[in-house]
Ligand binder design. Structure first.
Ligand SMILES: *[C@@H]1O[C@H](CO)[C@@H](O)[C@H](O)[C@H]1NC(C)=O
Length: 466
């Protein structure tokens, strides 16, 4: 009974689910949209052949207004705003600039405007009169308006756009008016970075003219310093995209670097440390320091400058890259025992670069040498393990088959218990040894005592075992 009611509840639930899904499908059904290519309006024995899709045409281009009729009709007209064009008049060349299409089959009420202009922009209705009825269909004609020039809404007075590498920058690009709205893309150098932008289009009037604003939100990287940021617009009226651009200046405090060691310096010769670093804007203070440790710098030499056997200098390589040099006349062993620090400060902060000078050979690159050997060994071990496992499995199949009778022996409960007991004791013993050892080490820190204690435990355990 219980089972039965469960089945009933389950099937009821299933039925409800099916009903819900069916209902949903019904709801989702939308009225068919205007993109359907040919819309046939039918009345008695007359039908219209009409495409409601809007037409985008540039001024000066030909505008084809197509409208076909199936069946008997009396006459047709085109209406736009308050103006009416009788198709028969058009075919008799009454309206200048309007003409008969080359093919009128399936386009019996079609007209051609030789050169579209702003006045043709708007909705056009084809109206067909038949016996006792009329048929109408409307389409939208967009006569384009060339976009105004794109404008980067930034301070261009410095010729560059200053952006930080630590916070997001907002850059706006706008096009005051265009019909239809323009497409806006962003580029940094050759790279398309439009994914970081949001575009907004606002109608400026009732005539289909839009203002477009695209806002780029992005954090720039120091390595992008000096690249060109461009806002690029595309439009039906433009053969090629139109751009507005500005170079960016990414400002950042001198970039941190790990300790640098210069090797194989020959004592007795002059030696020049050449150290590269990046910073933007230009460093306001640069110093080379040295001393017996990085914490204890005895001497500081400004850059450029000179002190004793040391000469300092800096070279600007452009785009925020600098080379600071420290020239040591007559390098000695004691110079190798010193520690060196290059201190660079700019508007955004100070960074200290640690430098060591060594007479030794550069150490063997552990990654290309040691690491590769290590990786090869690991791979070999893994391969061997896999082969061994495969082999073991292969052998085991034979073992199980041939030792079928020994199973009973293993499963003997008494024997099993004693086996386990012995094993557990053995494990306990070994751990006890370790524990004893650790205890004494921690408590006494005495090697000798540790030995005796362990031995004591050993004998103790042996006794209990016996
Ligand atoms: C410093 O930068 C220059 C220019 O990029 C390069 O030629 C030189 O090799 C660099 N020096 C060091 C030590 O990396």
């Amino acid at each position: 009974m219980c089972k039965c009611s469960f089945v009933r509840v389950a099937s009821l639930a299933l039925l409800l689910m099916v009903a819900a899904v069916a209902a949903q499908e019904y709801d989702v059904e939308e009225p068919s949209n205007g993109d359907v290519v040919f819309n046939r309006v039918r009345s008695a024995d007359v039908a219209l052949i009409f495409d409601e899709k809007e037409i985008v045409v540039n001024p000066g281009e030909q505008l084809d207004l197509a409208c076909g009729v199936q069946g008997n009709y009396r006459y047709c007209i085109w209406e736009t705003g308050p103006t009416i064009y009788q198709v028969e008049d058009v075919y008799e060349a009454v309206y200048p600039g309007f003409s008969k299409p080359a093919v009128t089959e399936g386009n019996e009420c079609g007209v051609v405007i030789t050169s579209a202009n702003i006045e043709h922009h708007g909705s056009w209705t084809c109206k067909v009169f038949a016996k006792g009825s009329s048929l109408v269909a409307t389409k939208n004609v967009i006569v384009t308006i060339k976009p105004t020039s794109p404008l980067l809404e930034v301070d261009t007075s410095r010729g560059v756009l200053e952006v930080s590498n630590e916070e997001e920058s907002d850059v706006k690009c706008s096009v005051a008016a265009a019909r239809p709205a323009v497409g806006i893309r962003w580029f940094l150098g050759d790279r398309d970075i439009t994914v970081f932008a949001d575009s907004e289009e606002t109608p400026t009037d009732e005539g289909g003219i839009y203002k477009s604003v695209s806002t780029l939100r992005r954090t720039f990287e120091p390595k992008e310093n000096g690249q060109l940021l461009a806002c690029s617009i595309s439009h039906q009226t433009l053969a090629v995209t139109e751009n507005a651009s500005i170079p960016i200046s990414v400002i950042f405090k001198p970039m941190e670097k790990a300790l640098s060691t210069y090797y194989q310096i020959v004592p007795g010769n002059d030696y020049e440390v050449k150290f590269n670093f990046t910073a933007n804007p230009v460093p306001t203070r640069t110093e080379w320091r040295y001393g017996e440790s990085f914490q204890n710098m005895a001497v500081s030499i400004p850059v450029p400058g000179m002190d004793d056997r040391y000469t300092t200098n800096i070279e600007d390589l452009g785009d925020g890259l600098y080379t600071a040099t420290l020239r040591i006349t007559g390098f000695t062993e004691s110079d190798a025992n010193q520690r060196y620090l290059l201190v660079v400060e700019n508007r955004l902060g100070e960074t200290q670069y640690q430098v060591k000078l060594s007479v030794d050979e550069a150490p063997i690159d552990t990654l290309s040498g040691g690491a590769v050997v290590g990786i090869v060994i690991v791979v070999l071990i893994v391969v061997l393990a896999v082969i061994a496992a495969g082999y073991a499995r292969y052998r085991q199949m034979f073992c199980f088959a041939s030792r079928a009778e020994s199973k009973a022996y293993i499963q003997d409960p008494e024997r099993n218990e004693t086996d386990n007991g012995t094993a557990n004791d053995a494990v306990k013993n070994s751990t006890d040894h370790v524990n004893g050892k650790t205890d004494t080490t921690v408590a006494n820190g005495n090697g000798n005592l540790e030995q005796t204690q362990v031995e004591e435990i050993n004998t103790e355990k042996k006794n209990t075992d016996v």
